[in-house]
Design a protein around this ligand. Structure first.
Ligand code: F6R
Length: 366
């Protein structure tokens, strides 16, 4: 059942090239310059006329929502708000019939997300679901939706659900960018083609598993870790920290790299591992200067960099490379080593990787 892997989590991490492909298969028709998604096509006016998109979700799905905020605003120029479902539902939110609400949920059963959907529907918003489990409560409650075709996710720590959620949301954003005329045909085409390259680039990142395992061995006894990223990779920092917390029980925090000097920098000393996403293009120079700030305070730096990077390699204690891609697609690559890292650290600490204490795969109570 684990397909030769020791744990579901590892199996699911390795399934990502395939899962991402399955998610865009039949939807992304690069040669025709087309994205076909029935749930969006049939409601295209709702999306195009929306005042804003509100994304609600919990946990890892909320992190996918944050990545989507960058994608929708940057590529399609549509204002987006991302909300924790549990906060949104109880704060008497302003919702109108000009709003589109996107609910993201792997299980499709998360109680707070379901309640947020019901509230938005009552107020007349158009509600769109991004779920993995077919026929789940959220997929039935929404007006329309698009499934991630990740296949069953058994490990409690969400992995392939996250990358396939980002894939679906990227397809929607690209489609809207095209419909709105924000994207030229040629730019659109470039994106479609690059999206098709992502599964093989994820395969390539997976080849760094042995290196990530070595890094894990160095830091497995840490009591605190910091994860930093900017722009598209700020949510990846949050997700990296969540993965480590939930399965290895090491305290970890994700931060936008520039926020470090507003507080967390006080934590940095020679005992603090800092995982920094420092891919090219995404505010690279600024992240490099953040890395210098960490180094001058003797923090240990583990950087996720673009293949061939030299500047960060000179500064960091360890570097893990990912292939080059468009900035907006980097989260699909930079997430992978952080998943592997949490997996190996949890394993080395003797933790139950697939069923961490106190956690359930689907949170059906609020
Ligand atoms: C983290 C994790 C949780 C879920 C959250 C939402 O690895 O699994 O944070 O992401 O409980 O679950 P879904 O997506 O099923 O609504």
């Amino acid at each position: 059942e684990k397909g030769g892997y020791d744990h579901f989590m590892l199996k699911e991490i390795y399934e990502q090239p395939r899962a991402i492909l399955d998610t865009y298969r039949g939807r992304l028709l690069a040669d025709k310059g087309l994205i076909k998604m029935a749930g969006v096509d049939e409601n295209i006016e709702k999306f195009l006329n929306a005042n804003r998109i509100i994304i609600v979700a919990c946990g890892t799905s909320w992190h996918a929502g944050l990545v989507a905020e960058y994608i929708f605003e940057d590529l399609a120029r549509i204002p987006v708000e991302v909300e924790y479902a549990s906060e949104f539902r109880y704060r008497n939110p302003v919702i109108t019939d000009k709003d589109v609400l996107i609910a993201i949920s792997q299980s499709g059963e998360t109680a707070d997300t379901l309640a947020a959907i019901k509230l938005a529907k009552e107020k007349g918003a158009f509600v769109f679901g991004v779920c993995n489990v077919v026929g789940s409560s959220i997929s039935r409650e929404t007006d329309a939706g698009a499934y991630t075709h990740a296949g069953p996710e058994i490990g409690v720590a969400s992995t392939k659900a996250f990358t396939t959620q980002i894939t679906v949301l990227t397809l929607i954003a690209l489609k809207l960018a095209k419909e709105k005329g924000v994207f030229s045909q040629s730019k659109y085409h470039e994106f479609l083609t690059e999206l098709e390259n992502i599964p093989s680039k994820v395969e390539k990142v997976l080849l760094s598993n042995a290196l990530v395992e070595q890094v894990a061995a160095v830091y497995k006894d840490a009591t605190n870790c910091l994860y930093l990223g900017r722009g598209y990779n700020f949510p990846v920092a949050l997700e990296g920290a969540l993965k480590l917390k939930e399965i290895s029980y090491i305290h970890a925090e994700g931060y936008p790299a520039a926020e470090m000097k507003h507080g967390p920098i006080a934590l940095i000393d020679e005992h603090m591992p800092v995982f920094v996403i420092a891919t090219k293009k995404g505010h690279y120079e600024k992240v490099v200067s953040n890395i210098q700030e960490i180094k001058s305070r003797k923090g240990k730096i583990i950087a996720i960099v673009t293949e061939g990077d030299e500047m960060v390699r000179d500064l960091a204690d360890h570097v893990i490379e990912v292939p080059e891609t468009f900035e907006s697609l980097t989260p699909l690559l930079t997430t992978i080593p952080l998943q592997l890292l949490s997996y190996h650290i949890a394993l080395m600490r003797g933790c139950n990787v697939d069923q961490p204490r106190n956690l359930a795969k689907s949170v059906t109570v609020e």
